[in-house]
Design a protein around this ligand. Structure first.
Ligand code: 5AD
Ligand code: SF4
Length: 491
């Protein structure tokens, strides 16, 4: 059944296209934040291109300038307001249409500030109204009346709007929206709403289409990607012990006729991984960001059985202290996290881990921090994304009085960084002599005679090879390590 909202927006796309005809209009998008925002920007780019705009790298040249914002950590606000202040002149001089969207627009105090101090912004779109860009644009072109289009209820999942991808070999596919976890430091559940998952048939159809168009690598995205369909399943009392997969590769490749069967069967993240595995042409599967609590046995088994899922798993730790984890509402202890790591290592011997860690959560003592360092030593991560805790208004942790002083936060951050970097050099040595299946991405930034790829674990490999190899998946032997990158040769 066609989604009426999508049909309506497709009509607006045609209307705007008519208004824009032969005007040679340009757009520029600035994306802040995570891969989900990148993917949303690709969708907005897709709509803009259908409406007659073409991309420009030079924002000064754009007729439409769009900011897709993030609010996970502070300083994003100053950055955004700095940028808006700067483009005011463009608006005055050449009437550039200014659009701001993304997570920050779901925060009432930010929208108030824009209304008061930056009234020249044409369109503010919330996270639940992104798909309405064509309608809002049509209205602004006709009436010039500023539009504030923000909803505080969860948006529906809309399928069938265009997309313009940034890369022609690797693609991101959002499989679920929102988050139900309410980790106490995190603003995401407030700005992205509750978990909603896309239907498996829609996801698989998108990936089959990508494979047909030559894409080799797909990253499944979600704020909490491995709780795919969990809220739907909980409502229906789905039995997670039922891990038997009753669909075949033929069903998946014949998806147009088997949609109902697939949607009936592929109701968990583990099954979705197994179904994506069946798609010919896709050679590398990644996913971000999972939650340790949803890293269930069926998911571990699906990865173990896969030839395509990359062997580096992102397993956000946040803190190594059981007490801080409880304050964070993470729903696992230090020991449970380490047991999970051991269990995964036992099933998947060549697995590697990356993680996210916050230092300086309110109430974090030196002993708590030592627990974090202890887990880092034990797991020996390939990559650690380190964050200094920042207060997010509206979250529970913002109300805790015992905030850690800034100097201590920075000092702990540096100690963690030193530990990670010392492990990093040691870890790199393990790669020498290994053969990695990688996608050749393009030219190296610093040397246009060399090409680059990434290991499963996201380390940069520099390869001297002919540029005809770009876009191919090949075996590369690592020959040396250089702290921030590895060197390899195609074998
Ligand atoms: N302060 C610092 N880091 C945060 N993150 C989320 N919220 C905050 C915050 N308030 C980090 C978490 C999360 C990553 C995307 O951002 O580590 O996993
Ligand atoms: Fe934020 Fe926790 Fe949800 Fe991740 S799982 S988006 S950290 S609330």
């Amino acid at each position: 059944m066609q989604d009426r909202e999508v049909v309506k927006q497709l009509e607006y796309i045609e209307k705007v296209k008519k208004l824009n005809i032969e005007k040679n209009l340009k757009y520029h998008i600035v994306t802040m934040g995570c891969q989900l925002n990148e993917n949303d920007s690709e969708k907005m780019a897709g709509m803009l291109e259908r409406m007659g705009y073409t991309a420009t790298n030079n924002y000064k040249e754009a007729n439409l300038l769009l900011y897709n914002t993030c609010c996970v950590r502070e300083n994003a606000e100053e950055k955004l307001f700095g940028k808006i202040g700067e483009v005011k002149r463009l608006k005055e001089e050449k009437g550039t249409i200014l659009v701001i969207t993304g997570c920050m627009m779901q925060e009432a105090h930010i929208v108030e500030k824009i209304k008061k101090s930056y009234p020249f912004i044409d369109i503010i779109l919330g996270t639940h109204t992104l798909h309405k860009l064509p309608e809002d644009l049509y209205n602004i072109l006709n009436t010039k009346k500023k539009i504030r289009d923000i909803l505080n209820i969860d948006g529906k999942v809309h399928e069938g709007l265009p997309i313009k991808r940034n890369n022609n070999k690797k693609a991101s596919v959002t499989i679920m929206y929102g988050c139900n976890n309410f980790c106490t430091y995190c603003i995401v559940p407030y700005v992205r709403g509750r978990e909603r998952s896309r239907k498996a048939s829609d996801i698989l159809l998108e990936i089959i289409e990508l494979a047909k168009n030559g894409y080799k690598e797909v990253t499944l995205l979600g704020q909490n990607v491995n709780s795919y369909m969990r809220s739907e399943n909980e409502r229906e009392g789905y039995d997670y012990k039922n891990t038997e997969m009753n669909i075949t590769k033929e069903d998946v490749m014949n998806i147009d006729n088997e949609k109902d069967k697939i949607d009936e069967e592929v109701k968990t993240f583990a099954k979705l991984l197994r179904a994506v595995e069946m798609i010919d042409g896709i050679e590398i599967i990644r996913f971000v960001s999972p939650h340790p609590k949803d890293f269930t046995d069926d998911v571990i088994e699906a990865i173990r059985d896969s030839k395509k899922v990359n062997r580096i798993l992102h397993l956000p730790l946040q803190s190594g202290s059981t007490e801080i984890l409880r304050e964070m509402n993470r729903r696992y202890t230090k020991e449970q996290y380490l047991e999970l790591v051991d269990k995964i290592k036992a099933e998947i011997p060549d697995v590697l881990f990356s993680t996210d860690i916050i230092v300086g959560f309110p109430g974090e003592s030196e002993q708590d921090f030592q627990d974090t360092l202890d887990v880092v030593r034990k797991v020996n991560y390939e990559q650690v994304f380190m964050f200094i805790y920042s207060i997010r208004e509206g979250t529970k942790a913002a109300l805790i009085e015992d905030q850690v002083p800034d100097e201590i936060k920075h000092e702990r951050f540096n100690r963690l960084k030193n530990l990670v970097e010392s492990q990093f050099e040691e870890n790199n040595k393990k790669y020498i002599g290994k053969i990695e299946k990688v996608l050749i991405e393009g030219y190296s930034k610093n040397n246009d005679k060399a090409l680059t790829a990434r290991t499963d674990s996201n380390k940069v490999i520099i390869i001297e090879a002919d540029n005809s190899m770009i876009g191919k998946v090949v075996d590369v032997k690592i020959i040396s390590e250089h702290k921030w990158y590895l060197k390899g040769v195609i074998v």
